[in-house]
Design a protein around this ligand. Sequence first.
Ligand SMILES: [Fe+2]
Length: 359
Amino acid sequence: MTEAIKRRVRTVESYVEQEVGTLSFTNAQSKLLHRFSEELAALGGPQSSSANAKACDGATELKRSFSDDQNALLTAYSDGLVSLLIFDGLQRITDASPPAQLPDLAALEERHDVLCLAGRNQILLKLVDNSAFAYDMDNEGKLVRLVANFKGGGLTVIHDEPTIKELSSHSGLALGPHTEAPYWCAVNAERGHSPSPSSLILSALWNPGLEPTLVIPLPPILEKIGITHSLALTTPNFQFTRSDSFVDGKGEDGRNVSILQFDEKVGWAARFNSYRFSLQDNASHLVARAYAALCQTIGEANPVKFTLTQESAMIINNVRALHCRDVIKDNRRVLVRIFGLSKFSSPIVISEDPLLLRG
Ligand SMILES: [Fe+2]
C-alpha cells in the first residue's frame, strides 16, 4: 500500500471511530441499572402502561451517577451526532444456559430475563432522550421484538423449516445493509405515515456463537460519494417493497421517496434498504449515477462489528447508520430489540402509553 492510500485508510478509520461511542458502566452504575430493570420487568416490561414513567425515573437517577464524559457522550447521541452507541459493563441477567432448541416466540416473550433485558433497553433509550414505541402495522403492535431464527433460513435448518423464507429479523437469513422501516419519511410524519424509528436498541439474551451485529455509519459513505451524488439522493426518485415483518394486510410498497433529506433540527437523515430499495424508471441519468455510487460505496464499506451479550447493548442511530448481519449460524441466538423515538421526531400517535404510532 502506498503512503497516500495508507493515509486515506487511516482517515476513513478515524472518521468511523468518531461515529461510534462506548459508554462503560461502573459496577455501581451497572447495579443501579439492574435494579431498575428488575422493577420494570416486575411491572410487565415495556408494554406495561407504567413502564415509561419508571424508565424515566431510572434514567434520571442513573444520569446523576454518570461522569461529565459519560453525560457528554449521551448528549452527543441525543443530539443526533453519533451513529452507534455501545453500552458495556452491564450486569448479566441470568446464568442459565440456552436450551438445546430455541423456545417458541410466545414462550420467550414471557420470560423474566427477556422482560428484564427489554426493560433495561427502555431505560438505556431514555438516557439518550429516546422513547420506546411500536408501530401499529409492525411486530403485532408490540414494543419488544425478539430477533431470532423462528422462521428458517439459518445455516442449520429448524423444525418445520418453511420453503419460502421470510426476509426479516424473525428468520435466519443474512440481511444486507438497511435502516429500519417504514421508509416514507425519517423525521416528520408525511402522507399519513409516521417517520422511521430514530433509534433501535439491541441486547442479547443468548449469543452462544458470538455472532456479531454489523453497523455502517453513513457520514464516511456520504463524504466519499460527494456532494453532487448526496444531493441527487435527496430527490424523490426511489421506491421500496413492503417489509415481511409487517402485520398481514398492513404496510405496503412505496414510491417517490428520497434516500436522504435535510431537516432543520437533525441536519440530514437517511432511509435505505439494500434489498428493498430501487431506482424508479423515470429517474434521471444523474440520479441513477448517484444511486449506483451509493450502493457501490456501501458494498465496499468495512462495517463496525460488535458482538452483543447480556453484558452489553447497542443503540443504532437509524437515520445516520445502516446495520446488517450474516446468516444465523447458531439457532439459539436471541436478541431483544426496541425502537426509540428521538426528541426531533414528529410521528402520528395512536396511543400515548405505551406509545403506539401509525406506520
Ligand atoms: Fe434491521
